[in-house]
Design a protein around this ligand. Structure first.
Ligand SMILES: [Zn+2]
Length: 450
């Protein structure tokens, strides 16, 4: 007897759509059965032909916990994720105090967060200028990947020169790890920013001009060359422009072991939104032109951009203040709760198959971030993580629906169709019709499979 059967679903895998039922035993998927199965189970859910996707994996979030809990915390953020159909996140090592750069900090972070998590979670490790001797121990802890900046961040999370990047890549290659990069060139941005601030040019337009596409492109090209030379797997975070995607596409054809992501905000917003609406649309790299944003979609469709991540990066409302100019205001957009519905709507609008969503938001992130034998697909023996999406529900994102600590987002006011209605984590329903029904502490740490 199964524990749970979800009947009558339109099951969406990364490869196909088929009518069926999903049977669960304990925490695992036990079988895929016909839609009208009469197999016995302790409980049933009638999907009523809703779409059933593998649980979504958001591989780039900043939940700010521990250390910056006035911006976000693990409890609020993982509940928001559950409502949005996300069953696993990979949390970034910065915007933590201290940043996650060694084994002791990894263990402390896990200890502090494990009773707060409503969904499963994994950790990025940091690769900064003085912790190259800690990469091995972080890998042993089970970090999925290592995050580095080539642009200045905060003083406790230093950016790397290319010499250190090269050394770090050689070390990460030894355990077949993954190095992820925020690709914007330090030299260009810091020069532009300093010059603009010095002459009092701190408007929204000045912020955009200080971070040109060339800065992103130069950084990406450099990482491509280092990966080509050393052979380490590299992942490019938040690609903002089609010319950057084109460079990545070429590198893939040339055999460079490179993967890349973009975020919903680069696909559905553009520089005009930032110039008109202001700091809630500030991010780095910045939003690009309308034409660039539209052209980025084709790289999602053709697989150059392997996955979609939210880069959920919240802050306190006062940190978005523009009173001291656009450079000082917080750069980051909250989106972990709304990525799926926005992407579902946009794909449907374009007439694209929902299998693309299962590929870029479930299977590929599982594969790239080392959880491919238990997550990301609907296969017997895998974790029973899945989400039902009702393709007919029309929605508008409203502030009071957001479960974030700070209920602010560029996506407020966005309208679409198709909404997650039921999220299941390892066999347990954790969110249903906009309400969290899971429990704090049910989320587990996922360590990279080596
Ligand atoms: Zn980020």
């Amino acid at each position: 007897m199964f524990d749970l059967i979800v009947r009558n679903a339109n099951i969406i895998s990364a490869d196909c759509v088929f009518s069926g039922s999903v049977a669960v035993s304990g925490e695992k998927i036990a079988a895929l059965l016909p839609a009208d199965t009469a197999e016995p189970a302790h409980s049933f859910i009638d999907a009523d032909h809703a779409f059933l996707f593998p649980g979504f994996i958001d591989a780039h979030v900043h939940f700010n916990d521990p250390g910056f809990e006035w911006r976000e915390d693990f409890s609020h953020a993982t509940q928001a994720a559950a409502l949005g159909g996300v069953t696993t996140v990979v949390d970034m090592p910065l915007q933590n105090d201290p940043a996650l750069t060694d084994r002791t900090i990894f263990e402390r972070k896990h200890r502090l967060l494990k009773n707060k998590a409503y969904i499963d979670y994994a950790f990025w490790g940091g690769m900064i200028d003085d912790n190259l001797d800690k990469l091995n121990e972080l890998n042993e802890c089970g970090v999925t990947s290592f995050k580095s900046f080539l642009a200045p961040v905060s003083s406790d999370y230093t950016s790397l020169d290319y010499g250190r990047v090269r050394k770090g890549l050689a070390m990460i290659k030894k355990f077949h790890g993954l190095a992820g990069f925020h690709c914007e060139d330090f030299g260009i941005i810091s020069y532009n920013e300093a010059a603009a601030v010095k002459s009092g040019r701190v408007s929204r337009e000045d912020y955009l001009q200080a971070r040109p596409v060339a800065a992103e492109l130069i950084a990406v090209q450099s990482i491509i060359e280092l990966s080509r030379e050393i052979g380490t797997r590299v992942h490019i975070c938040h690609v903002s422009h089609p010319s950057v995607a084109e460079a990545i596409k070429r590198a893939k054809y040339e055999g460079v072991p490179i993967t890349a992501e973009t975020c919903p905000h680069y696909l559905v917003f553009n520089a005009e939104h930032f110039l008109k609406e202001g700091m809630y649309f500030k991010c780095a790299p910045p939003l690009r032109s309308k034409e660039a944003s539209e052209a980025l979609w084709s790289y999602v469709q053709d697989g150059t951009l392997d996955l979609i991540a939210s880069d959920h990066s919240p802050c306190a409302p006062k940190e978005k203040s523009e009173s001291e100019g656009s450079f000082k205001a917080w750069g980051g957009i909250s989106g972990v709760q709304t990525s799926l519905q926005v992407m579902f709507h946009e794909l449907k609008k374009r007439g694209w198959s929902p299998t693309i969503l299962a590929r870029i938001m479930s299977r590929n992130p599982a594969e790239i971030f080392g959880m491919q034998t238990r997550k990301g697909e609907l296969i017997p023996g895998y974790d029973a993580d899945f989400v039902l999406v009702d393709p007919k529900i029309e929605w508008e994102i409203k502030e009071d629906q957001l479960a974030y600590l700070n209920k602010q987002s560029a996506f407020i006011g966005y309208k679409g169709v198709g909404l997650p209605t039921c999220t299941v984590l390892r066999g347990q329903v954790i969110a249903v019709n906009g309400a969290v029904v899971g429990a704090s502490g049910e989320g587990q740490l996922i360590r990279r499979e080596c």
